[in-house]
Design a protein around this ligand. Structure first.
Ligand code: URA
Length: 266
């Protein structure tokens, strides 16, 4: 009974970490929460013979794999000097298990020479099928939003925090975000935008490393500091998928894009 409880806790922890498929007896998935939150679950009940302070081997292996994948991503990113090189590197990267279930690697699109960079969360089903960011329903709305302020895909660069679709569009885990973040950060360094617009809370939290809800971040000028110390103004706005469900908020998103344009002219 006590053992059953512990096994259930560990399984629940795996599910929380994003593991949704078993491929074999030995864990090899690379997604897990950020190192700071990776802790083996503390058993509620332990037998006397069991040392409850000792992490289970499988749990620590998973956390360790995530830590090395993050380091690997950071290291290899620092070696590339062009967007094409970075794209090839992301396509050949095997440190994120999301790639196993995705059809395509979805890198950034639009104009790499633009001064505006838009960042979403992760590809959806259409993006995964086509291999380009924001080409589904959210993308169509994004096109209309850009049009409303006199812009289009040629006047901005569009990318996502994650280059692979999480199965069933589930929320990405902290571990998946941590592993893929170096790719986004390197894109920012290579594009050198004057303004970044983060679309939705997930992208905002990932880039700005905070946990504020989008309702608190939206419409404010925030800052992102590149690894080399350059400060880039960041505007958080609503994700188009949210606007499709909450059409009354579209006016606020329109105001956000106007503010972004105004900033570019300063
Ligand atoms: N939602 C996103 O965040 N990004 C896409 O590319 C598509 C939908």
């Amino acid at each position: 009974m006590e053992d059953n409880l512990n096994i259930r806790q560990i399984l629940e922890w795996y599910v929380t970490a994003g593991v949704d498929e078993t491929f074999g007896e030995v864990p090899f998935g690379l997604e897990a929460p950020k190192p700071k939150v990776v802790e083996p679950p503390k058993p509620m009940l332990t037998t006397r013979a069991e040392d409850s302070t000792k992490p289970r081997a499988a749990t620590t292996d998973l956390a360790q794999a995530t830590i090395s994948a993050c380091k690997n991503a950071r290291d290899i990113c620092s070696e590339v000097s062009s967007l094409d090189e970075l794209k090839r590197l992301v396509e050949s990267f095997d440190g994120c298990a999301l790639k196993l279930t995705a059809n395509k690697t979805v890198f950034g699109g639009g104009n790499p020479n633009s001064k505006v960079m838009l960042i979403g969360e992760a590809p959806g089903a259409d993006e995964d099928r086509i291999g380009l960011p924001f080409v589904g329903r959210s993308g169509h709305l994004l096109d209309k939003m850009l049009q409303a302020v006199g812009m289009d895909r040629n006047s901005c660069y569009i990318t996502n925090v994650l280059p692979w679709r999480p199965p069933g569009n589930r929320t990405p885990t902290d571990g998946e975000i941590a592993v893929c973040l170096p790719f986004l950060k390197r894109q920012i360094e290579l594009i050198e935008p004057d303004v970044i617009v983060v679309l939705g809370g997930s992208a905002a939290n990932a880039l700005l490393d905070n946990e504020e809800p989008i309702s608190r971040l939206r419409g404010k000028w925030l800052e992102y500091k590149t690894p080399k110390g350059k400060i880039i103004p960041v505007l958080a706005s609503f994700h188009p998928a949210y606007l499709l469900r909450n059409t009354a908020q579209k006016a606020k998103a329109w105001v956000d894009l106007l503010r972004m344009k105004q900033k570019l002219m300063q």
